[in-house]
Design a protein around this ligand. Structure first.
Ligand code: C5P
Length: 398
C-alpha cells in the first residue's frame, strides 16, 4: 500500500463514521487518501475530521469558491491508484449504475481510470431489494469490486445483511488487491465449471449436485489478477461478473468436451473444475418415456474424459490443474488422477470434511503435486480460489 493514492468516496449513511477509522488504517499502511464526500455524507461526518486525518482538503462541491475555480474530477480520476466508496448508499449505487452525475463523487467515479471498490451500507430490506441487487450486478459487470456487507445488528436495530464491512477488512481487501494485482496479466486461462446434464428423454436428464461455485470463484480470481478467462460452464444459476470472463454455456459432457478442446490450444493454463458425468445414456428417447413397465433399464456409455484428453495434447509450458472429490482413499485416488490425466497439480476435497464439497460456500482442500501434499484449513470459496491461483502462478513462473 506504500505510496498508493486512494480516492475515498463517502456517502450519506450512518456508517460514514467508520470512514475515519478506514482513513487511519489506509494511512498507517503508507497510502495517501483524498476524500470526496456527497452533500448527505457531510451530515454524518464533518469535513474537518476528514481533512485533519488525510491532511488534505475534502472535495465536495463542483466549485471550490465563487472565484472561477472548480474541483477537477478528471484530475482525481487520473491521480488515483484506486477508488473506494465506503459507505456506499443505495442511492449512490443506483446513480453509479446509471451514470447520474449530479454530485462530485459520481463525476469522479465516472472519470476514474483506476479500479473501483464499493462497500455498500444500508438497511437489510434496501440491500435485498431487487433494484439494489440489479444495480450491484451492473456495477460488477463494469468490473467494479463489490465488498459485500456483513450481517448483524443495523442502525435501525433490525438484524440482517447490510452493515458496511469493517474498515480493517476493507484495508485488507485493498492490500491483497495491490499485492497480487496483475500476476496473471497477458495469460489466458480456460476453466470448466458446474455439472453436466445427460439427456434421457426430452424432459429428463442424469445430473449431479455441483453448483459451479468453486469454478466461478476461480474464474473471478483469475480475471481479477489480469487473465483473459474462458469459462466453459455446465447448467448453473450463477453469473460471471468480470468483463474479462468469456462464458461458454454447455449442457452435456460431449458439448463441454468440444468447447474445452477448442479453447485449450490457445491457453496458458486450464483448470478442470467441472463435475463431468462419467456415463451418458446410450440412446436418448425421442419422446417422454412412459411408465408402462415395472422397471426401466437405462443403458449407459462412457463419456469423454475431458481432462485426460487435454492432458495428452498438453504442450510444454501449458499448466493443467485438476480436481478430485473423493469419499474414500482420498490421497491415493487423487495421486492416481494426477498421473493418469497429466495434471501439474490436483486439488483434493473430501466429502468426509464438514463444509467441503457441493452447494456450500466453503471448501477444505489439499493440493497434491509430484512433490507431495499440502493441506489447507477450511475457508470460503473465494479465499480457496486465491490459494489455488497462487499455486498456479508459481507453476507458470517455473
Ligand atoms: O476421475 P474423476 O472424474 O474423479 O476426475 C476428476 C477430474 O477430472 C476433475 O478435474 C474433472 O473436472 C475432470 N474430468 C473431466 N472429464 C470427465 C471426468 C472428469 O475433465 N469426463
Amino acid at each position: 500500500m506504500k505510496g498508493k493514492k486512494i480516492v475515498l468516496g463517502i456517502t450519506g449513511s450512518i456508517a460514514a463514521y467508520k470512514a475515519a477509522i478506514l482513513i487511519r488504517g489506509l494511512i498507517k499502511k503508507g497510502a495517501e487518501v483524498q476524500v470526496v464526500i456527497t452533500p448527505a455524507g457531510k451530515e454524518f461526518i464533518t469535513p474537518i475530521t476528514l481533512s485533519a486525518l488525510t491532511s488534505k482538503p475534502v472535495v465536495s462541491e463542483f466549485f471550490a469558491q465563487r472565484d472561477g475555480t472548480w474541483n477537477s474530477h478528471v484530475d482525481l480520476g487520473l491521480w488515483a491508484d484506486a477508488m473506494v466508496i465506503a459507505p456506499a448508499t443505495a442511492s449512490t449505487i443506483g446513480k453509479m449504475a446509471n451514470g447520474i452525475a449530479d454530485n462530485m463523487l459520481i463525476t469522479t467515479y465516472l472519470s476514474m481510470k483506476a479500479p473501483v471498490f464499493v462497500a455498500p451500507a444500508m438497511d437489510l430490506d434496501m440491500f435485498a431489494h431487487p433494484s439494489t441487487q440489479k444495480n450491484l450486478d451492473t456495477l460488477r459487470s463494469y468490473g467494479n469490486h463489490i465488498i459485500e456487507p456483513g450481517e448483524g445488528e443495523l442502525a435501525s436495530h433490525l438484524v440482517g445483511k447490510g452493515r458496511m464491512e469493517e474498515p480493517e477488512k476493507i484495508v485488507e481487501v485493498l492490500e491483497n488487491f495491490f499485492k497480487q494485482q496483475q500476476d496473471l496479466k497477458g495469460k489466458k486461462v480456460m476453466i470448466t465449471a458446474g455439472p453436466t446434464y445427460e439427456k434421457i428423454d426430452p424432459v429428463r436428464f442424469i445430473g449431479n449436485y455441483s453448483s459451479g461455485k468453486m469454478g466461478y470463484a476461480l474464474a473471478e480470481e483469475c480475471a481479477n489478477r489480469g487473465a483473459e478467462v474462458t469459462l466453459v460452464s455446465g447448467p448453473v444459476t450463477l453469473k460471471a461478473h468480470h468483463p474479462n470472463i468469456h462464458r461458454v454455456d454447455v449442457e452435456s459432457a460431449q458439448q463441454m468436451y468440444e468447447a474445452a478442446k477448442e479453447a485449450f490450444s490457445n491457453t496458458d493454463a486450464a483448470i478442470l473444475c467441472a463435475a463431468v458425468a462419467d456415463f451418458t445414456p446410450d440412446i436418448v428417447a425421442d419422446h417422454k418415456i412412459k411408465r408402462e413397465k415395472d422397471n426401466l433399464i437405462l443403458h449407459l456409455k462412457p463419456t469423454q474424459d475431458i481432462a485426460a484428453s487435454l492432458g495428452k495434447e498438453k504442450k510444454n509450458g501449458q499448466i493443467m490443474v485438476g480436481f478430485a472429490l473423493e469419499t474414500n482413499d482420498e490421497q491415493q485416488n487423487a495421486q492416481g488422477k494426477l498421473e493418469r490425466k497429466n495434471f501439474d497439480f490436483i486439488v483434493l476435497n473430501s466429502l468426509n470434511d464438514k463444509g467441503a464439497g457441493f452447494r456450500v460456500d466453503t471448501n477444505k482442500i489439499t493440493i497434491i503435486d509430484k512433490e507431495g501434499a499440502t493441506p489447507y484449513p477450511l475457508k470460503n470459496k473465494t479465499e480457496v480460489a486465491s490459494d489455488i491461483i497462487d499455486r498456479l502462478v508459481e507453476c507458470l513462473k517455473n
